[in-house]
Write a protein that binds this ligand. Structure first.
Ligand code: AMP
Length: 312
């Protein structure tokens, strides 16, 4: 199996109560690829500017990720995002977004990227997501992420592309905004009615919920005491979730496989937030991931107590 991802490859400036970085490697596709590369072969599609160095490219290529479709645009500047978090790390303020090379990007996928089994349309303009989807052969599973900016300025294009994917992974607030439904379950049901068969609602430090036509499943976030920088947690979750589904060739994924994928996404995201940007996940090991997946199984164990339902 192989996974192709299109999305932002970025320089991020981030400030949290625990420190700041003025310019670090970031972007939705970057965080996704670093996580998904634990499970499968990953191809990254997207433009960077002349300011993107060999070292950043090498980080993107961690664990064998193919960067052949990372296009260096002459005289261009890499996508830039600046954000700040307060003490509530679940909410952040975007201070600057510069699309730069993404503004006039025309994706041209190599055969290896086009022939992927699984496609992840990470957060970027919905129109670009559509153009990548158009070029891919017949991926067995397509997942998509987006954000408030695109819901605000390109909702129609986003809804059109959502209708063509199998799985939507969004923050719970974005799901509500997208569907104009304040209740998370009815918001997810609305998205399922548009075409996808799986909706994942990311809920920051509270975990993530999975909604399908068959049922509902939720996992809390891994119980961490130290969170330094949540940037990229959502994309890292998606990389673990989609990467795990790619590795298991079962199509469509069963409810049990989807639950396992939730655990891998959750474990990977928990490592991502322990340090700034890509710092922690770049040097992560699969043993460390498995250890947290096992912990999650233990932490979330639910013992049925029949006394609770005894009456009379
Ligand atoms: P997350 O924290 O998982 O939501 O993702 C954070 C990443 O999204 C950062 O590394 C940013 O570079 C990237 N990002 C922020 N705004 C945008 C945007 N408008 N389009 C695409 N990527 C973005």
């Amino acid at each position: 199996m192989s996974v192709t991802v299109v999305g932002s490859i970025a320089f991020d400036a981030v400030k949290t109560p625990f420190g700041e970085r003025e310019r670090m490697l970031g972007g939705a596709a970057t965080h996704f690829a670093l996580a998904a590369s634990f499970f499968d072969e990953v191809h990254v599609v997207g433009p960077v500017g002349t300011d993107f160095g060999e070292q950043e490219l090498a980080t993107l290529a961690t664990r064998g990720t193919d960067t052949g479709d990372v296009e260096r645009v002459a005289d261009g500047k890499t996508f830039f995002w600046k954000g700040e978090y307060g003490w509530d790390l679940n909410s952040r303020e975007t201070l600057d977004t510069q699309l730069n090379v993404f503004e006039h990007f025309e994706p041209k996928l190599s055969k290896a990227s086009r022939d992927c089994d699984v496609l992840f349309l990470a957060n970027i303009q919905p129109e670009l997501q559509r153009r990548v989807l158009d070029q891919c052969g017949e991926p067995q599973f397509v997942a998509l992420d987006s954000m408030n900016l695109w819901i605000e300025i390109a909702r129609e294009a986003l809804v059109d592309v959502i209708a063509r994917v199998d799985c939507v992974i969004l923050n719970d607030a974005e799901l509500r905004q997208l569907t104009a439904k304040p209740n998370l379950i009815s918001a997810a049901r609305e998205v399922l009615a548009w075409g996808p068969s799986v909706v994942v609602a990311k809920q920051g430090e509270y975990g993530a919920a999975l909604i399908t036509d068959e049922g509902f499943f939720a996992l809390p976030a891994y119980p961490l005491e130290t969170v330094v920088d949540p940037t990229g947690a959502g994309d890292t979750f998606a990389g673990g979730f989609v990467g795990y589904l790619a590795r298991r060739s079962e199509r469509p994924p069963s409810a049990a496989t989807l639950r396992q994928a939730m655990a891998y996404g959750t474990a990977l995201a928990s490592y991502n937030v322990e340090e700034f940007g890509t710092e922690r996940v770049t040097r992560l090991s699969s043993e460390e991931i498995n250890a947290r997946v096992d912990d999650l199984r233990r932490v979330t164990q639910f013992e049925h107590d029949p006394i609770l339902i005894e009456t009379g």
